[in-house]
Design a protein. Structure first.
Length: 401
């Protein structure tokens, strides 16, 4: 395998390779560009006259999204005239899965401040806490914007209808382009980062489909110390196979204060795990971006992944939980998986006399009880060693044929 270090932040690629990769092919969830160009003419307040204002939401907004994050949409207001008494609002209305309204339209005031770099320009954001949308988890939310002064009000819509975000639990992407591909899963919090899977060139055998599922937190086993995961995704490839590492970046849901939605935990303590049977196994090393609220990790396989507030992960935490293997070909406990330590590591196995019987390197860090010559070793205890996160770790495995 080619050794390299790579990470994606803010949609750009930073790589330690001497030769930069070609531009990747990006597959996005659908978004809609809103660029209001029509102005709103409102009374200028106590001084008389009028003020003309343009409201813009210049970001791309998701049409379909996973539920679980606040809806946060930045806006700009440009105007000629006094802003005294001017109110900006986001307006939303939740709907159930049958498209029945769950309430009337709700106004959310938007605080805005002068933009120091541009005259007559003010910036703010609409924030709809996810807790207010819980009943629409399997439905949708309509939204638009409004400016008001006194009795004058102008609503900014998609023509005559509001904009809409449809909540879903499954998304599909086409991946496997020769130049590499990235599946970007936009969420409803526009300013923060997105859950992204980055496939480098040659990481997939051919073009295929990636299916991403949002997994309910209560449908998976608890993590270390009985902790529920903060967010869980299942990643499945169809029509293609992974032959190199993929970078998985997971966005964790957080309020504007930075606190994790549904928890009082410190995001610095979030760690990535993958589900092996009924056990969560730690992954490392990981990259935490506190500004974009994401955790990134490299992995040689795709399955079910979660972020859990388990605290900092050390090399010893990456040990496989299985301690006994029975390599008899019945498909039960036939092997032990060390892939959580990272594909840049190697695992060495020794018998009790100190003789090395097997060395694992590269993507497939799975020991099936065979030595380097392909023979199943004798029953008994075997020592293993690996180095990860700058630490050397040792352990014992019992082989029982």
């Amino acid at each position: 395998m080619r050794s390299r270090a790579w990470i994606v932040r803010a949609g750009s690629i930073v790589t330690a390779c001497a030769v930069a990769w070609p531009i990747l092919s990006y597959a996005y969830t659908s978004r809609e560009r809103i660029e209001f160009t029509a102005g709103a003419t409102l009374s200028a307040g106590g001084g008389g006259g009028v003020g003309t204002f343009i409201l813009r939401a210049p970001n791309l907004l998701p049409l379909v999204a996973f539920f679980g994050n606040d809806v946060v949409i930045p806006i700009e207001i440009q105007g000629q005239g006094t802003i005294s008494g001017l109110q900006a609002m986001g307006v939303y209305q939740p709907f159930d899965s049958g498209n029945n309204p769950l309430s009337g339209r709700i106004d959310v005031p938007i605080a805005f401040q002068p933009d120091p770099g541009r005259s007559n320009t003010y910036t703010g954001r609409i924030v709809i806490p996810v807790e207010r949308l819980e009943a629409a988890r399997n439905g949708s939310v309509n939204y638009h914007f409004a400016l008001q002064r006194g009795g004058d009000r102008v609503d900014f819509m998609n023509g005559s209808t509001p904009y809409r975000i449809q909540f879903t639990s499954t998304l599909t992407f086409q991946v496997g382009q020769p130049q590499g591909s990235a599946a970007v899963i936009h969420d409803t919090n526009i300013p923060d980062g997105d859950t992204t899977l980055l496939f480098p060139p040659g990481a997939l055998t051919n073009a295929g489909t990636l299916i991403v599922r949002q997994v309910p937190l209560t449908s998976v086993p608890v993590g270390p110390n009985g902790l529920l995961p903060t967010v869980v995704y299942n990643f499945e490839l169809q029509g293609t196979s992974l032959v190199d590492e993929v970078q998985i970046t997971i966005n964790y849901p957080a309020h504007q204060s930075g606190s994790i939605i549904g928890s009082n935990g410190n995001p610095a303590l979030l760690a990535p795990y993958w589900l092996s049977g009924f056990n969560w196994l730690a992954l490392g090393p990981r990259d935490w971006d506190s500004r974009r609220r994401t955790i990134s990790v490299r992995s040689p396989h795709l399955s079910t992944y979660a972020l859990i507030l388990s605290g900092a992960i050390g090399a010893a935490d990456l040990r496989p939980r299985r301690r006994v293997i029975t390599p008899n070909g019945d498909g039960i406990n036939d092997s032990i998986d060390f892939s959580g330590i990272g594909a840049d590591s190697e695992v060495r196995f020794f018998d009790l006399k100190g003789r090395r019987v097997r060395t694992l390197r590269g993507l497939t860090l799975i020991w099936d009880g065979r030595d380097d010559d392909g023979r199943i070793v004798e029953s008994g205890l075997y020592l293993y060693q690996y180095t990860s996160l700058g630490e050397r770790v040792s352990g014992v495995i019992l082989v029982a044929k």
